[in-house]
Every structure is written in structure tokens, then in C-alpha cells.
Design a binder for this molecule. Structure first.
Ligand code: BDR
Ligand code: CA
Length: 333
């Protein structure tokens, strides 16, 4: 089975942690580098969380680059501790990694990997799009170098989660998102329309918590925090699965049912529409006929339920990785 080379751009983050663990567990993915960006927490705090998670997973050899602290316009707003906890991982204390950050920035890492795996690299962006925008400035031919780009973000027909129309990743850097969606690549957008409909329930969390392996256990604990936030939205302890769903779609492990390719732009005004992904969904009533020149595939629904696949992939991988293998994978000194 071919494993796709992956660059993951994230703001780790509880659901980012799930996405990272999922990509480590999936036989379809080979994570070549991770860049962090301010979003759920600062880029620096996200990088620490990422290093700690990688060490816990026995993957401390994967390079992590700290990316943009501030969005293209304005400054970092302080994160979302009410959703992800003050440390970004639901107040769970992970064993601190002794690995260091890469010497390059996240944008530099993305450009380097795109050149290295020309035409093959799968970019999975699950935080604000600042690093991708910076990479496009650094290497204007980036769109022709990468294989695919999958972005968790936006809301096509569904409401936003920060304002009535804006989703968090786009809201946190609309200027970057506008640039990324206007670039000459075919992007797949995984918006709230599909992620809010992909729900992890308490029995799924219990399955992770009762695992014998440390990574699923830690994820189960983090999800306790996440579930408390989402209880206020769904009326029961559960959570949306934003970032891991984008990761699974990026490697083709789950298939979209309805995913029209449409024109999409981002509102960068300072009015009530700021941060909205303006997707042209007017084809809805005609079964989404082909739109000439459109490049943004918007995932609206899935062929199958996602949560069972997510839990099964995590448990089967991490329970197979023995404690001895984990010790071996942690670099000495
Ligand atoms: C997105 O915002 C962040 O809080 C999550 O990690 C996810 O990437 C959902 O709107
Ligand atoms: Ca995220």
C-alpha cells in the first residue's frame, strides 16, 4: 500500500491532536513534517504540544517547525481556551519531549518538502492558513509543486462557529485564506457543513480511554474537555470531528458523497461577513453541474460514518506498537 508524503499544518489543539495521531496511525500516510500556526493556541505552544504528542507516539523523528505567530493582518487573538483548554490539549499534561524544533520556519519547511516530493506532497492544513500564504509568497510556483491541498475550514451552506458566517480557521486569518483559495491549485475544503455532522460520541471516547496504549488514552482524556464545550452545542457530551476528518479525506481513507467543485472566495472586509467562505453553491438545485474554471472542491457529506473508522484506526495502530518499540523510537539524549 502506498503511503502519501504529508505536510501537516496545525494549531494543536484537541482535534488537531486527533488528526496528527490519525495520520501517524494510517497506513496511507507518511508524515514528513509538521508546521504550527497560532490558532487554538500560539504557534509556539502548538509546537510544544506537537513535539510532546510525537514523542508519546514514538515518532519523535518527525520534524516540527514553528510557524507564524500573527496573522497576515493584525495580531494573534489569544486562542480558544474555552474549547481546547489553556494548554490546547484539554489540560492534559503530556510527558515533555526532549526533541528540538526544526531550524526552519513552517513556510520554509512546506516549500522544502514540496520540492523534495514534487507532485506528490499532500498538504493538510487544519489551522489558520498563514503559513500556507507565507509559503506561496516564498515560492510562487508552490501550486505546481504540491500534489494536493486539503483545508479544514469554512462554512458553505452551514452557519459559522465564530460569527454567524465565519469558521474559526478562516476567521483567524481571512487575508491568508483569501490568498490560499485564490492560488492556482485545486483545493479541497472540508467545512463545518460536513465536520459538524461527523460526531464522536461518548462510547467512542470510552473506547479510547480504556485502551492499553498511551496515545489513545491521552486523546480520550483530552476529549473529555472538548465534549464539555460541545455539550453546549449538541445538548449531549460528544464532539464534532473537524481536523481528523480533513486528514482522512486527504489520504482518501474516507470518501465524500457530495463534494461539488465550485468557485470560492473569502470575505476580507471589516463588515459582518468578515471571514466568510463565499462558496458558489447555486448549483444545489441542479445536482451541482460542472462549473468551468472552478477549483475548490467543497465536501458536504460522506459516503460512510467517520467516527468508527477514526477510533478503529487509532486503536489498531497504537495497540500494535509495543512499549519496547516506543522506547526504541525515542532518540537517546
Ligand atoms: C477548527 O478550529 C479549531 O478550533 C479546530 O482545531 C478546527 O481546526 C474548527 O472550526
Ligand atoms: Ca485545528
Amino acid at each position: 500500500m502506498t503511503a502519501f508524503p504529508i505536510y501537516l499544518d496545525c494549531d494543536t489543539g484537541i482535534d488537531d491532536a486527533l488528526a496528527l495521531a490519525y495520520l501517524l496511525a494510517s497506513p496511507l500516510a507518511s508524515v514528513k513534517g509538521i508546521g504550527t500556526v497560532s490558532g487554538n493556541v500560539s504557534a509556539a505552544a502548538g509546537a510544544r504540544n506537537t513535539l510532546d504528542l510525537l514523542q508519546l507516539a514514538g515518532s519523535a523523528d518527525i520534524p516540527v517547525a514553528c510557524g507564524a505567530h500573527d496573522p497576515l493582518a493584525g495580531s494573534f487573538g489569544g486562542g480558544a481556551p474555552w474549547v481546547h483548554g489553556s494548554n490546547g490539549v484539554g489540560e492534559v499534561v503530556l510527558p515533555p519531549s526532549d526533541a528540538s524544533l526544526a531550524a526552519e520556519t513552517a513556510a520554509e519547511m512546506l516549500v522544502r518538502l514540496a520540492r523534495l516530493y514534487q507532485g506528490e506532497l499532500r498538504v493538510v492544513a487544519i489551522g489558520p492558513l498563514t503559513n500556507l500564504a507565507e509559503a506561496l509568497r516564498l515560492e510562487p510556483s508552490l501550486p505546481s509543486l504540491v500534489g494536493t491541498v486539503t483545508v479544514m475550514g469554512g462554512a458553505a451552506l452551514a452557519p459559522g462557529n465564530i460569527t454567524p458566517v465565519a469558521e474559526a480557521n478562516i476567521w483567524n486569518d481571512p487575508e491568508a485564506a483569501a490568498l490560499v483559495l485564490a492560488s492556482g491549485w485545486d483545493a479541497t475544503l472540508v467545512p463545518l457543513d460536513v465536520t459538524m455532522a461527523s460526531v464522536l460520541e461518548e462510547p467512542h471516547r470510552q473506547a479510547l480511554l480504556s485502551s492499553s496504549a498511551p496515545v489513545p488514552q491521552a486523546l480520550g482524556e483530552m476529549l473529555g474537555y472538548y465534549f464539555r464545550f460541545y455539550e453546549g452545542i449538541y445538548g449531549r457530551p460528544c464532539s464534532a470531528m473537524h481536523d481528523p476528518l480533513a486528514a482522512a479525506l486527504a489520504v482518501g481513507a474516507v470518501k465524500p458523497a457530495v463534494a461539488p467543485v465550485v468557485r470560492a472566495a473569502v470575505d476580507t472586509s471589516s463588515g459582518p461577513g468578515r471571514g466568510q467562505t463565499v462558496c458558489d453553491m447555486r448549483g444545489l438545485y441542479a445536482g451541482y453541474p460542472e462549473v468551468k474554471g472552478a477549483r475548490c472542491r467543497v465536501v458536504l457529506s460522506l459516503e460512510e460514518e467517520f467516527a468508527p473508522h477514526l477510533v478503529e484506526t487509532l486503536l489498531s495502530h497504537f495497540e500494535r506498537t509495543t512499549a519496547a518499540e516506543l522506547v526504541e523510537a525515542v532518540p537517546a539524549g
